[in-house]
Design a protein around this ligand. Structure first.
Ligand code: TXA
Ligand code: MG
Length: 348
């Protein structure tokens, strides 16, 4: 299939005319990749089973892994789900923005979109291009991250083009993704409490300030045990994993330096900015990638998927990266990085 690539920066009259055409592609059952504040999404009409089926085919995604539906206004959630007072509170505090909420689905969202579940995930993105596209489409847009299944979510149009050219009708280039990791996902339980299924820019600490009871699902930090059922189907699939093994190093800078000094082969090291100079001396043959300052988790989030994709092109024998802390945005980094590393942590 021929893929048309359009640029929506700046979002001027010309770009808006292109978005009108993109919205028509959505309404006609086609596939459009669009930017959001988290990562790029692979969109189709969420109310159409055949359109949603095309998403699974283009991504190579198992059909039991449900899609998030993207809406233009927080109150539109009530058109497609049964909202609750907890949803209203979350919407007031965090929407539009990088939060996805799981609610019981109405019948107008086909089972194909929700991977056969009775619930559906809803998100109201803050990115102006995403917002405008949904508004012009007049339908909710189902969209997973716009990567091929198993590779890191795309955070630039170049990544999307690598993965999706020839598989979709249109790609909208909106520049680099602001946050760079996927949205926070919470499920609203019957008693109004929250279960965090995927950490992101909205942290457990911020959620707790609005909804007092926030439980963190075990799979956020741990490996699923054999036979254990994933609360979120996406948690059971291998994710973000480069072709070569990735190890996370859990230790002080000195210990990390001594450990890396003794490594051999074609290796890549993702390191905090403060540690780059010392590591360059300790392992002159390794390729070093700057992860951002140790305390600057937003820069690290912004760079992580980009770095994993860049490193993956170089056919390293091994990639080493720091084990992030588990508080604040660190929990989102930790969650993505333990998956990239298939839970291989070296305690130093
Ligand atoms: O930031 C994001 O959320 C991006 C942008 C494009 O919005 N989207 C995204 O979608 O990351 P995706 O499909 O790559 O990840 C959605 C995750 C999957 O792990 C899926 O299993 C889970 O959400 N999910 C979707 N619907 C669910 C449901 N009804 N119950 C439990 N988990 C659900
Ligand atoms: Mg994804």
């Amino acid at each position: 299939m021929e893929t048309e690539i359009i640029r929506a920066i700046p979002l001027d009259a010309r770009a808006d005319a292109d978005l009108v055409r993109a919205a028509k592609v959505i309404r006609d059952g086609g596939l459009v990749v669009f930017p959001t504040e988290t990562v790029y999404g692979l969109g189709a009409d969420a109310t159409s089973a055949p359109a949603a089926a095309k998403i699974y085919a283009a991504k190579g995604r198992p059909s039991d892994n449900p899609l998030i539906i993207h809406i233009a206004k927080p109150e539109d959630a009530a058109l497609y789900t049964y909202t609750t007072p907890t949803y209203e509170k979350l919407a007031r505090a965090f929407m539009p923005g990088p939060l996805t909420v799981i609610l019981p689905s109405r019948e107008n969202i086909p089972k194909t979109t929700r991977g056969g579940l009775d619930t559906v995930a809803v998100r109201c993105p803050s990115h102006p291009v995403a917002h405008r596209l949904i508004e012009l489409s007049g339908v909710p847009i189902a969209a997973p991250s716009a990567n091929l299944s198993g590779s890191p979510s795309p955070t630039s149009a170049a990544h999307v083009i690598d993965d999706m050219r020839g598989r979709v009708d249109m790609i909208i280039d909106g520049g680099p993704s602001e946050f760079g990791l996927e949205s926070t996902i919470v499920k609203i339980e019957d008693d109004g409490s929250l279960t965090l299924l995927r950490p992101g820019r909205i942290t457990p600490e911020e959620l707790s300030a609005v909804i007092p009871t926030v439980r963190i699902a075990g799979a956020v930090t741990e490996q699923l045990k054999d036979g254990e059922v994933a609360l979120s189907p996406g948690m059971k699939y291998r994710h973000y994993a480069p072709k070569c093994p990735v190890f996370l190093l859990d230790g002080k800078t000195d210990a990390v330096r001594e450990y890396l000094k003794a490594r051999e082969g074609h290796i890549a090291v993702i390191a905090y900015s403060e540690d780059i100079t010392a590591l360059r001396t300790a392992c002159p043959d390794a390729d070093l990638y700057d992860f951002g300052a140790r305390a600057d988790e937003l820069s690290q989030a912004h760079r992580l998927f980009y770095l994993l994709r860049e490193a993956d092109k170089k056919n390293y024998d091994t990639i080493y990266a720091p084990l992030p802390p588990t508080d604040g945005v660190g929990l989102a980094l930790y969650n993505r990085m333990i998956r990239a590393a298939a839970h291989q942590i070296v305690k130093l």
